[in-house]
Each structure stands twice: as C-alpha cells, then as structure tokens.
Design a protein around this ligand. Structure first.
Ligand code: KG4
Ligand code: ZN
Length: 338
C-alpha cells in the first residue's frame, strides 16, 4: 500500500505545500513574500497575513501539479515549530481543518529535523541518501548546528551557534554593505567576481563544536566604518572583494568545526542542509573536503535548501510509518529543539 502525504510549511515567510508519495516528490509549491523587502527583514504580522492569503491557492496548486485527488491523501504533515508563532498558527489551523474535513491524521513536524531529511526525498536526480549515522551541518537564517543523525527521527546536536546564525551573519554584513535583504544570495553572487584573499576578518575562538558569528559581524562593521571615513566610495569600489573575503571567512569558520567534529566523532558521511547550503563557497569547500579527506558528502538540490514543504512531507512520511500522529489539541511552538 502506498503512503501519500501532503506537507505544509509556514514557519517564516514562505508558504509552501508539497505532495510526496512513498518518498517520491510529486509537487512542491512555494509562495515567497515580497512584502518584507522594503523593511529589510521579515515583519511577523505581515508574514502571517500573507500566509492566510497564500495557503489555499498554494495547497490547491500543489495537489493539481501532483495530479493527486484530495481523497488520495493519507495524512497531512505540518511545521509545528520553531518559527514565528503567527505564521505557524496559519499552517496549524489550516491543517486542523483539512484533517477534520478529510478524516485523516495530522503529523506535527519539527522544522529543523525536516531540513536534515531533505536528503531522503526521491526525485528524478536519484541521488544516494546518506547512511546512518551521518553528520549534518544545518545552516540557515535562524540556525547553525552540527547534528549527529542516528536515524530518520533520532538526531542529537553536537554543536550550535552561541549567538548569530551563519545566514544572519551573511544578511547583517550584506546590510552593512548596502545590499537588500536577504543579502546571503547577493554576497554569493558578488563573491564569484572577487578576491577572497584581499581582506581578512577575525575568526572566533569557541570551545568544542560550537560556533559564534557576532564577532565577525562587528569586526566587519568597524572595518567598513574606518575605511569609509577615508574614502566614502570604499564599499562601492571593493564590493566584490569584500563579499568574497566575507564569504571565505564564514565558510572557513563553518568548515573548521565540521572537520573537527567529523574527526572527533569518527563520522565521515557528511551532509549540508538549510538556506546557507545554497552558498557556492560552502558547496565547493565540501567537494574539496570530500576529495582531501575521503568524506562521503551529500549536498541538497538548490530547491530544497531554503524553506519548502517537501521536507515537511518527507518527515511526515517517516512519522507516519511509526504511527506518530498529532492530537486535535496540538498547538504550534515558536521555540523547539530536536
Ligand atoms: O533555511 P532558510 O530558507 O530559512 C530559515 O529557516 O532561516 O535560510 C535563509 C537564509 C538567509 O539568511 C539567506 O541569506 C541564506 O539562507 N542564504 C544564503 C544563500 N542563499 C540563501 N546565504 C549565503 N549564500 C547563499 N547562496
Ligand atoms: Zn528553515
């Protein structure tokens, strides 16, 4: 018997719905929210209103693209948290109504666990999924964690950021350079044209497998402030070199701890996940580490790096197999760990 799961993601500023049948992706529709651009960051109240407008069209479109009838859905999985409470509430409320109307179970999903499980979505690319245990560097706008993945639903955090996330470091430094939000993809693009050895920024000294990015942000800000004092066009003239040097610093910080953790835990099966795993510098560094250290690496398809419902549906699939369903009184949670 096949298992078909509808997944719903609404934790931040993307409204997404996906259909997965026996791990195979049938559709994955994502509606982004342009409304936040002019504010330089996500405005929670505007995000939840946009989710309300988007959710029904997005689900309708996901079912249509999948060629799936609503009667064929066995369960509906949704992001319970972590995320913005108002945004999560829209997804949770929709799913409660859908499950009640269809008489099918709801499955609550941890957004972070879902990012890690993108590697098990079956697509036309037929990439090999990681075997257990593996180490996953989960890097997004809200999180930076080294996760030891024991099986599909058992994960432990080996290290995490003690302050900003790597995506936040990209975005905040990009903002200082006058780039629009979110700056990460723009830094990546500019970096391709720049000299990464031109400038150097301080790297943190943090114990164990933990990360810190707030010092880099401050040192980047002060460096630019001093340079602009002497030459008001400094940023404009050096945009590409600044982006390349910044990107290299962030990637070096991420890779140093990943290498340390791999060595110390004796795990050489390594995966990336989360929005920042779209970064070309990080992807290249992984390919280099695979060649020099013999790591078996897993890099997600670009469409699964940022928030999407396919990752929620695949997590739902594994919870369905275990019979882990949510009660009707389930509520979203802004803060959640693994
Ligand atoms: O996973 P995600 O979509 O949302 C969160 O759960 O946070 O990650 C978004 C983050 C943003 O900080 C964005 O700037 C960053 O991922 N990002 C990138 C790139 N693409 C997205 N950072 C660096 N290079 C990229 N190519
Ligand atoms: Zn995310």
């Amino acid at each position: 018997m096949s298992i078909t799961i509808l997944g719903i993601e609404s934790s931040c500023d993307d409204t997404s719905a996906a259909v997965i049948s026996d791990q195979r992706l049938l559709s994955n529709v994502i509606a982004g929210q342009e409304v936040h651009k002019e504010y330089g960051g996500v405005v929670p109240e505007l995000a939840s209103r946009a989710h309300q407008q988007n959710i029904i069209p997005v689900v309708t479109s996901a079912l249509k693209r999948a060629g799936t009838n609503v009667e064929d859905i066995d369960a509906v999985a949704f992001t319970r948290g972590p995320g913005l409470l108002g945004s999560l509430l829209v997804g949770t409320s929709f799913v409660k109504g859908f499950s009640l109307a269809r008489g099918i179970p709801m499955i609550d999903v941890n957004h972070l666990q879902a990012h890690v499980l993108v590697h098990y979505i079956v697509t036309e690319k037929e990439a090999a999924s990681p075997s257990f245990p593996f180490l996953c560097l989960l890097v997004s706008g809200g999180h930076t964690q080294l996760v030891v993945v024991r099986n599909h639903l058992e994960m432990e955090i080996a290290g995490r950021t003690i302050d900003d996330a790597a995506g936040e470091a990209f975005d905040k430094c990009a903002k200082v350079m006058g780039l629009p939000y979110p700056g990460g993809p723009m830094v990546d693009k500019l970096a391709a044209e720049g000299d990464a050895a031109r400038f150097s920024f301080n790297k943190p000294r943090i114990a164990d497998f933990d990360y810190s990015f707030s010092g880099l942000k401050t040192s980047f800000l002060y460096f630019l402030r001093d340079q602009v004092r002497n030459d008001k066009d400094f940023i404009e003239k050096n945009r590409a070199d600044l982006a390349a040097s910044l990107q290299k610093t962030i990637v070096d910080i991420l890779m140093d701890k990943l290498e340390k953790a791999s060595k110390s835990l004796g795990i050489e099966e390594i995966a990336l996940a989360g929005g920042v795993s779209a970064n070309s510098g990080l992807r290249n560094a992984m390919v280099e580490a695979s060649a020099s250290k013999g790591w078996k690496i897993h890099i997600p398809e670009f469409r699964f790096t940022t928030d999407n419902a396919a990752m929620i549906a695949i997590t739902g699939h594994y919870k369905y197999l275990r019979g882990e369903f949510a009660g009707k009184d389930i509520v979203p949670k802004a803060r959640m760990h693994f």
